[in-house]
Design a protein around this ligand. Structure first.
Ligand code: GDP
Ligand code: MG
Length: 719
């Protein structure tokens, strides 16, 4: 035994970046100096501190992953530990990277040095959801483990106290790791020989020397030869035999087998409940395996299409019972108002303005709820990031981002969505310009409200190719949206495209609670934001289509005609008179006047005043178009087979023909988004400027397109 040293020698060891220097600085403050290890250019930092009144000399060793002889740093670190015999070695381990860091730890254990593990960066590990059972780790490794945050100094005091008691306990016996039957057998044979001749035993444990010879460690072989060349030759011969055997059986050198077993040792420790399930590795590996299939170049898009199809079915089929139920509820409400109030403007406003308007907004709610629920599932599970990842290449070309894909699909990219949740779904985009470009182009998709209009017109004029035209409408929507995005991104929204930096998070099973919260938050936002405004717009639209009513003189004329027909018992004639009066009233109303005053311009695209009213009504909500066309073309509401009769009306009307129909189709697909969408665009973009831009830009574009189609078609004599 040496005489008890006044000063304690403490070495800080660990992987590069584990936090050695941070801890060193924390311990020694200004009392440090930097030099080089003798003979090499590796920096040697030394400093002093005190623990419980006892002076301590601290040495910051070079960072290493292993203790082989492959690099100068590794040699310096192990020579220091072996030759200078520090009273205690503090092995600084990065808690967020435990598996890799413990590889070095088990080599210290085999060297039999007095060891304390400083489990550093527990703050980082915590943030990554990694929780470590330090007591269990300590038990399994057989050394004290102290969690610390070197940066803040948290836990360092306890670490020092532990280090001092470990130093007092003296040198422990070296740990005995297993290296498989072949190597264990040869080691078992080597150890007695080494002990017998005391080969390097005052510096290294016998088993460690044997291992190093098996690993073909230059430095140890050299020392060993100098000490006892005869024994060394014998040990090398044993090594050669086992190497040949390993080559024949597992095609690996002893070094590789030894490394594998060290990792195995670390893994087996980590598996035993040391790392709480929150640990990422397992799930990350599972995620990687899933991703190999899910983002596969060929399989990936197919799986994506299938999943999106399911999302669609889920949203639009399963929500329909709620949609119907709500529609029924509002019909009952309208009926009871109808029964309770006397005829007049108040009743008319309550039914056509308030109830229809609020009903229109709330009618979206089930769809939005289901859609957001489905999206929340895709998002929370991590799949949405994969969809974005796969689509990024295509979208990038048009100045958009992979994350743009969801808003487009939600808005009706496969036909039948809604631009309102689509606009809200752009929130996942981080770049403001890409987000704006997405926001402004999603209304081009064929939302669920446009579908009945498209169906009506296609059914009336292109019924022999219905499916083909619907498909073309979807393709056209995408084409126009992407080209418009490209246009916007090279003009008003010019700027760099952001690379796809969104990382692919590991898959996880979403929690029901999380899904419901996500769904409700978004749905409520919609109700709150859209609900208040649409009520106003709805009342305004009602007023425009109602006022000013027919002059008394006119009304009296219709009344007289009606009573005539009634006395004659001709109920068909009564219906016809009702319809004629409705048309006349509409023509006379503000909306009618707007429709007529727009006629000189709209004629360029082939639209007459009645079509204009319907299209103006479509500004409020696209579903208004069909019902307004019905009213404008002298059809009382509620008559059965409404659409088919409207179909016949349009076919017979002199103003309509296939060319007009095609122009109208394009106009309806691409003109201003509905008022609810406009409100959402304004909210999401943070200013009404973009909402108005969208109204103007889309309408102008749609009109030019419609006019070109109408003029060209008429010129070619197709009308
Ligand atoms: P060395 O290579 O082992 O000397 O590591 P350093 O001491 O240079 O630390 C590497 C990096 O980790 C530095 O940026 C430190 O600020 C940081 N770091 C060290 N300890 C902690 C810790 O406990 N928590 C956090 N968050 N960062 C740490
Ligand atoms: Mg350092």
């Amino acid at each position: 035994m040496e005489p008890a040293r006044e000063e304690l020698l403490m070495a800080l060891a660990g992987n590069p970046n584990a936090g050695k220097t941070t801890l060193f600085n924390h311990l020694t403050g200004a009392r440090q100096h930097v030099g080089n290890y003798p003979g090499v250019t590796v920096e040697k930092k030394e400093g002093h501190c005190e623990v419980g009144g006892r002076p301590v000399r601290v040495v910051d060793l070079p960072g290493t992953y292993s203790l082989t002889a492959y690099s100068v740093e590794e040699l310096v670190a192990r020579d220091f530990v072996v030759n200078e015999r520090p009273d205690v070695v503090i092995d600084i381990v990065d808690a967020s990277n435990l598996e890799r860091n413990l590889y070095l730890t088990c080599q210290f254990l085999e060297l039999g040095v007095p060891l304390v593990i400083a489990l550093n960066m527990i703050d980082v590990a915590g943030k990554r959801g990694i929780e470590i059972d330090t007591d269990r780790l300590s038990n399994l490794l057989g050394v004290p483990v102290v969690p610390i945050i070197a940066r803040s100094g948290q836990g360092v005091e306890r670490l020092m106290e532990t280090a001092v008691s470990v130093a007092a306990a003296g040198k422990p016996s070296p740990a005995l790791l297993r290296y498989g039957p072949d190597l264990d057998e040869v080691l078992a044979a080597m150890v007695p020989l080494i002990r017998e001749k005391s080969l390097l035993t005052d510096t290294y444990p016998a088993r460690w020397t044997g291992l190093k010879i098996l690993e073909n460690d230059e430095q140890i072989l050299e020392k060993s030869r100098q000490a006892d060349s005869e024994l060394t030759a014998r040990l090398l011969a044993m090594t050669e035999t086992v190497t040949r055997h390993l080559q024949n059986t597992v095609e690996a050198y002893p070094e590789a087998v030894i490394a594998d077993h060290r990792y195995g040792f670390v893994k087996s420790i980590l598996r035993q409940g040391v790392v709480k399930q929150k640990y990422d590795t397992e799930r990350l590996y599972a995620s990687d395996r899933i991703d190999r299939v899910v983002t596969h170049r060929l399989l990936g898009p197919l799986i994506m299409a299938a999943i999106l199809f399911c999302l669609y079915t889920f949203t639009f089929s399963y929500s329909s019972f709620l949609v119907d139920w709500l529609a029924g509820l509002f019909a009952v409400l309208a009926d009871s108002v109808d029964a309770a109030l006397p005829d007049g403007p108040l009743k008319s406003m309550l039914i056509s303005g308030v109830i229809d308007g609020v009903g229109g907004v709330l009618g979206f709610v089930p769809i939005i709820m289901f859609m957001f629920f489905g999206i929340a599932v895709l998002e929370d599970s991590g799949y949405l990031a994969r969809v974005a990842f796969m689509m990024d290449r295509i979208f990038h070309f048009f100045g958009l981002h992979g994350s743009s894909v969801m808003p487009f699909i939600v808005s009706g990219g496969i036909a039948g969505g809604c631009a309102v949740p689509g606009v809200m779904a752009t929130r996942t985009l981080r770049s403001p310009k890409e987000r704006m470009a997405t926001l402004l182009t999603v209304p081009f998709m064929n939302c669920g409200a446009k579908l009945p209009v498209l169906t009506l017109i296609i059914g009336a004029f292109f019924s022999s190719h219905q499916a083909r035209y619907m498909f073309l409408a979807t393709v056209a929507a995408w084409l126009v949206a992407l080209l418009a995005a490209k246009l916007l991104r090279s003009t008003v929204l010019r700027g760099e495209s952001t690379p796809f930096v969104m990382e692919l998070p590991p898959y996880r099973v979403p929690t029901i609670r999380g899904l419901l919260i996500h769904t409700w938050e978004r749905t409520w936002q919609y109700i709150k934001k859209a609900g208040t405004v649409i009520l106003g717009i709805s009342i305004l639209l009602w007023a425009m289509m109602t006022y000013p009513g027919l002059p008394d003189q006119e009304r009296n004329r219709y009344d007289a005609l009606r009573s005539q027909a009634m006395t004659a018992g001709d109920s068909l004639r009564v219906q016809e008179i009702d319809a004629l009066q409705a048309e006349a009233a509409l023509r006379h109303s503000i909306a009618g006047r707007i429709g007529r005053s727009l006629e000189p311009v709209s004629r360029l695209a082939g639209f007459d005043w009645r079509t204009n009213i319907a299209l103006v009504g479509g500004f409020a909500a696209k579903e208004v178009i069909v019902s307004t066309l019905g009213t404008a073309y002298s059809l009382g509401e509620g008559s059965t087979g409404e659409e088919s009769s409207l179909t016949r009306r349009l076919q017979k009307d002199p103003h309509w023909n296939p060319v007009v129909a095609l122009a109208a189709l394009c106009f309806i697909m691409f003109y201003a988004p509905c008022s609810v969408t406009i409100v959402c665009i304004a909210r999401e973009a943070g200013s009404w400027k973009w909402a108005f831009f969208s109204m103007g830009f889309n309408t102008l574009f749609a009109f030019l397109l419609a006019a070109v189609i109408y003029q060209a078609g008429t010129l070619l004599g197709l009308g």
